[in-house]
Design a protein around this ligand. Sequence first.
Ligand SMILES: Cc1cc2nc3c(=O)[nH]c(=O)nc-3n(C[C@H](O)[C@H](O)[C@H](O)COP(=O)(O)OP(=O)(O)OC[C@H]3O[C@@H](n4cnc5c(N)ncnc54)[C@H](O)[C@@H]3O)c2cc1C
Length: 407
Amino acid sequence: MAYEKYYNVVIIGGGASGLMCAVSAKQHNKNINIAIIEKNNRVCKKLLSTGNGRCNLTNTKACADYYVGSFKEQSKKLFKRFDTEYLLKIFEDLGLICNSDSEGRFYPISKQASSVLDVLRFAAERPGVDIYCSESIKSIKKTNGKFTVTTQATQFASDKLVIACGSKAAPKLGGTASAVDYLKNFGHKINSFSPALCPIIVKSNLLKSLKGIRAAGKVTLCDNNDKVIKSETGEIQFAESALSGICVFNLSIYAKPNCKISIDLLPDYSFKELYKLINKHIDLFSNLSCDNLFTGILQKRLSIAVLKMSGISDFAKNCSELSENEIKCICRTVKNMTFCVEGNGDFSNAQCAIGGVIGKEINESTMESKIVNNLYICGEAVDLCGECGGYNLHFAFSSGYLAGENL
Ligand SMILES: Cc1cc2nc3c(=O)[nH]c(=O)nc-3n(C[C@H](O)[C@H](O)[C@H](O)COP(=O)(O)OP(=O)(O)OC[C@H]3O[C@@H](n4cnc5c(N)ncnc54)[C@H](O)[C@@H]3O)c2cc1C
C-alpha cells in the first residue's frame, strides 16, 4: 500500500550525476536528508560500462570546446571552476586516485570503473543517503511548494527535486527519455534526444565487402557544401552499413544526413608521396594483377574497394597496364574515400545523446531550473554532449556536484 516518506531532497536517477549530487549535498549540509530513486536494480549500471569497464572520468583538456548543445555557452562558466584538477581533487577527497594516459584521459589507477562507483556509493551511504532501487515512477507533481513522487510502492514528498535520469542512450544500461517526459510536464522546453557517440550510417554498396576491417586513418566530416566540420585521426572500423571507431564517434555528434565523410587511408603521405609509392609498387608488382597493387600497404579487401571506387573493375589486368589517369584516380581515392552520411546509428549503440533541457532554462551557477523553483537538472538530461575522452562524465559529475552544493 502507498505511504508517504518525506525528504528534503529527492533525486531521480542513481547514475553518475545523481550519486555525485547526493554526495555533494551531504558534504555541504550534513543535516539534509536525501533519497535517490533508481529504476534499475542497482545504481550506476552505465558508469560500470564506461571506458570499457575502466571509466574514463575526465580529461586534461576538459573545457567547453569539446561539447555541443544549447548549454555550451553556459558550460564555460561551469568549467571555469570545475576544471580537470578540481574534479580530480573532489574524487581524491573521496579516496579515488587517478592517472592519465598519453591522450590525457584520466582513469582510476585500479583501472576499474567499480572503484569510482564504490567511492561514490560509500560517500553517499556513510552519511545516510537513502537509495531506493527497482522503483518505477508513476507520477511526479508539485503542489503547494512540495514535490510528490509516486512509485509502484511508495509516495515520496520533498521540498526539492533533482532530475538526474540521463538520456536515452544505451537503454540496456538504463537509458530512458524520462527526463524529457518529466520536465516537459513542468513546462520546460526540450531538444529531443538523438543518438551520439555512435557509428555513422553511410550509403554505399561497397561497405558490405569491408565488414570487419579496421584501418588507421583520418576521417573528415564535411557539410553538403563541402565545408569541413571536423577531422579526427584514429582507428576506423568498417561495419555492414556504417563506419565506426572512436574517431568516427567524435564526428557523430556533428553528423547530419547528406553530410559527407571522407577517409584518408594514408594520412602520413602527401598526394605526391603516395603517387611515388604507387609507382614503385607498379614496378615491383608489374606482372601481377592490379588487385595486388597495395600489397604491403593496405588490407586486400580494402585495396579492392579502393580500385572499385577508382572506377577499375577489370582486376585481371596487370599493375603495369594501369593508365596514368587510373593511377592518379587511385591515389585520389586513397586520400579521399568518400561516403554520404545517412544518419547516426540507434540509441542501443550510442554512448551519449544530443538533446535534453535547453540551456537557457537552467541557471548555470546552481543547475536550478529557471521555470520551476527548487527543481534541479544535472548530467545528460541537460542539452550538452561531449566528445569521447571523459568529457561526458566530467560534465555529469561537475553538474551533479554543483547542483548538490546548492540544494
Ligand atoms: C558504453 C558506454 C561507455 C561510456 N564511456 C564513457 C567514458 O569512458 N567516459 C565518459 O565521459 N562518458 C562515457 N559514457 C557516457 C556516460 O556514461 C554518460 O554521459 C553519463 O553516465 C551520464 O550521467 P547521468 O548521471 O546523466 O546519466 P546515467 O549515468 O545514465 O544515470 C541516469 C540514471 O537514471 C536512471 N533512470 C532513468 N530514468 C529513470 C526513472 N524514470 N526513474 C528512476 N531512475 C531512472 C537510470 O537507470 C540511470 O541509472 C559512456 C556511455 C556508454 C553507454
